[in-house]
Design a protein around this ligand. Structure first.
Ligand SMILES: *Cc1c(COP(=O)(O)O)cnc(C)c1O
Length: 487
């Protein structure tokens, strides 16, 4: 039998069908038939029926099941995707989100009919405020980047309320691309602050760049180099001294849950990525959520509506916030995702969340220590929940891309590559992997390093076990050719 990953000739659904095949057996029509031309205005009628495939039910099931086996997923394989926390999504989350009382709600229902959901959202926003050490949370934003935009709108509103229009937003040069993009979307100018050799913010450069025109510094901590910047309290002081605010990109909260709270180290606004920190589905798995937490002086600017608990103990959507930045999303946010995040938080509790961070940090440092003999670590340990390794080999002809592709042959998803510095792999094991899996990853990485010495061409031509090899990634995403059939 050909292993399923190597089978290259799956027909398209359109090629599977045959006229008359059908997936549904409808009963005889028991009402008088109406002619199409009488039921639909002529202008709306197509000349011929759409060319839909005619396929039996079992063929449809098998077709999609087969295609699904071509997907690489965290349910099947190790996924050390640095800066992204692709951790296992516990099944209990799915069970709770699928409860009919949650899953079948409609956003137009009256508050009185959806008290259970409103209570859940209210409790979630309070839990997220506690975890952040901040005053209040909005659950509306639909992703991290959307949270950044919301946070910057809040920052703009704050400065405007004080009669100021501050144009500049600073971000370390290691920042995620969404940070400067969000600044631009919010009509601010992004300005990079230099990093030191050890991956931390260059304090002198920060001092030189922050002034009365600075709206905020956006910082990620632990940062994208995988290190926690211990200067954060000083950084907050420098920023605040000029009347600017400190924004935390909370994408790396997985490393500090329950250990430290952004509000305690001077953060005024932050976003979470529930799909990174709180095990809600990621990427192709579904939409995310990017709740925003703010300090007390910013609460009045949060988006509407806000879920509130009224004096009589009932829950409601509150639109009565005159200084709010307004709505940032249709309806109330990604509710199904928020239910999953709440389930995760409640099933772990505060001790469990701290344990998540400690284990994630331990796993990253374990991998770093074991890979050190074969890979260069540009930043010194200790690391937070992820670290950067640089494959630097004597002949210089094997790149990080080659290593990443060869990992696929070991059944391991490639880590983030070439970011935030050149020629690197950014490795994040997460807390959910067993020691055996971590060891298997180490063996694979060490094997590949050895292979680079002995048979580099094998690494340079990897992967060898997948239905497609090295795609032109840009063209593949812009002009996907779904008819492609192997070599
Ligand atoms: C993932 C990520 C973002 C963007 O978050 P999305 O939820 O993908 O929009 C921003 N900053 C950092 C550091 C990230 O890792």
């Amino acid at each position: 039998m050909v292993p399923r990953a190597q089978r290259k000739d799956h027909p398209l659904l359109f090629e599977l069908g045959a006229p008359g095949l059908c997936s549904a057996a409808l009963p005889e029509c028991d009402v008088p038939a109406v002619r199409r031309s009488e039921a639909v205005p002529a202008a709306l009628l197509a000349e011929s029926p759409p060319p839909l495939p005619e396929v039996g039910e079992l063929d449809v099931v098998r077709h999609y099941k087969r295609l699904s086996h071509r997907c690489f997923s965290v349910d099947e394989n190790f996924y050390p995707l640095g800066s992204c926390t692709m951790k296992y999504n516990p099944r209990i989350n799915e069970r709770v989100a699928a409860l009919p009382g949650f899953a079948h709600l409609h956003p137009y229902q009256d508050d009185a009919d959806v008290q259970g959901m409103l209570e859940l959202l209210y409790r979630l926003r309070c839990d997220l405020a506690d975890i952040a050490g901040l005053a209040e949370v909005s659950l509306q934003p639909a992703a991290g980047a959307h949270g950044e935009m919301t946070g910057l709108m809040i920052i703009n509103a704050y400065h405007r309320s004080r009669g100021q229009d501050r144009r500049k937003v600073l971000a370390p040069d290691s920042a995620h691309g969404t940070n400067p993009a969000s600044c631009t979307i919010c009509g601010r100018d992004a300005l990079a602050v230099k990093s030191c050799k050890n991956g931390r913010v260059d304090i002198d450069d920060l001092r030189a760049k922050v002034n009365e025109d600075t709206a905020a510094l956006m910082i990620t901590n632990p940062n994208t180099c995988g290190v926690f910047d211990e200067q954060i309290a000083d950084i907050a002081e420098i920023v605040h001294a000029k009347g600017a605010l400190l924004y935390l990109d909370g994408a790396n909260m997985n490393a500090v849950l329950g250990i430290t709270r952004p509000g305690d180290f001077g953060v005024d606004v932050m976003h979470y990525n529930t799909h990174k920190t709180f095990s809600t589905p990621h990427g192709g798995g579904g939409p995310g959520a990017g709740p925003v937490a703010v300090a007390k002086h910013l609460c009045e600017f949060l988006p509407v509506p806000q879920v509130v608990r009224r004096g009589d103990g009932t829950f409601a959507w509150d639109y009565d916030r005159p200084r709010s930045i307004g709505k940032v999303r249709s309806f109330y946010g990604q509710i199904g995702v928020l239910v999953r995040a709440y389930t995760y938080i409640r099933s772990l509790g505060s001790d469990g969340l701290r344990d998540v961070a400690e284990k994630a940090v331990l796993a990253a440092n374990y991998l770093a220590a074991r890979l050190r003999p074969a890979y260069k670590l540009p930043f010194p340990p200790p690391f937070a929940h992820e670290f950067i390794a640089v494959p630097e080999f004597p002949d210089g002809e094997v790149s990080e891309l080659d290593i990443a592709k060869r990992l696929i042959d070991h059944g391991i998803h490639p880590p983030t590559m070439s970011w935030p510095i050149h020629h690197c792999l950014m490795i994040e094991p997460t807390e959910t992997e067993s020691l055996a899996t971590l060891d298997r990853f180490v063996e694979a990485m060490l094997d590949i390093a050895e292979e680079v010495r002995l048979t580099p061409e094998v690494v340079r031509s990897a992967p060898h076990t997948t239905p497609v090899k090295r795609l032109d990634e840009v063209t593949a995403s812009r002009k996907p050719n779904v008819r492609w059939r192997g070599e």
